[in-house]
Design a protein around this ligand. Sequence first.
Ligand code: ES4
Ligand code: ZN
Length: 324
Amino acid sequence: MQHFIEKMPKAELHVHLEGTLEPELSFALANKNGVVLAYETPEALVAAYDFYDLPSFLAIYYAGMNVLVEEDDFYQLTYAYLVKARSQETIYAELFFDPQAHTSRGVSFDTVITGIHQAQVDAEKKLGIKSQLIMCFLREMSAESAMQHLELAKPYRNLLVGVGLDSDERDNPPIKFYDVFREAKAMGLKLTMHCDVNQQDSLIHIKQCISDIQVDRIDHGINSLESEELCELIKDKKLGLTVCPVSNQFVVQSLTSVEIHKMLKKDMLVTINSDDPAYFRAYLNENLVQLQKEGKFSQEQIVTLVGNAFKVAWLDDATQNGYL
Ligand code: ES4
Ligand code: ZN
């Protein structure tokens, strides 16, 4: 089964580029940029990865970004992820990035997006992995800041496929960003939002995503299973759910295999993803292998999970049909 999973052509729809920063690259960039890290070696850095919920993870994730300063740093980060993904037979990826986590440190929007984009172009040409970019807003920051970043993105509109919402969910509901997401939709961008597992007001947030924001996908969305109404809405609207088992293991101490079985049984378009693979020490294959082991999923079910990702990917029909 592991071999079968590793050899399958796959798509990844939920991966934060900043969450693909491997400790070795972190040290190389820190040296180059004169940034002091709190640990002596990459091994010591990994040993200090101590997360048990979303806020404890996010603190380490944001601290890690300080080494990303120059355009080439964002290029290296992105290219290294695409090399790794392609080595796992991931042939298509949609990549999140968090511009506010960089502009707030004095790194320009242009630096971030140009570095990322150039790596996407080179990786497609040299490695044969296609990718598209999703700009995320940090939900604990203001709606005004999100709108300013959407404005900053306008000259780069064609480098983006969609916008998302991530980071700390507590007291930051989807409707806080209603105007921002209306404007993004008017720009022709696809919409998605995180509804992380077991967060405060999970069901209210999922309902707002669907009915108020009118998202095209939901990131995570595990708690929708608690509401028949939400499950029906998700099915009716054919919304993909981008679930991240190993990430869930850290946040709620469960790979959520029971929930993924339930979603498959309901014919919901659930997909498997890695979220922050460098921090959670698991790329897409490791997520699928660990999930399959725990939940004893059949080959057919694995094919459905992987196939769902191609089905709900934000691709034009011709490209999508080529994959399916
Ligand atoms: C994230 Cl696991 C998770 N949840 C919310 N926002 C995030 N950004 C990066 N990883
Ligand atoms: Zn995420």
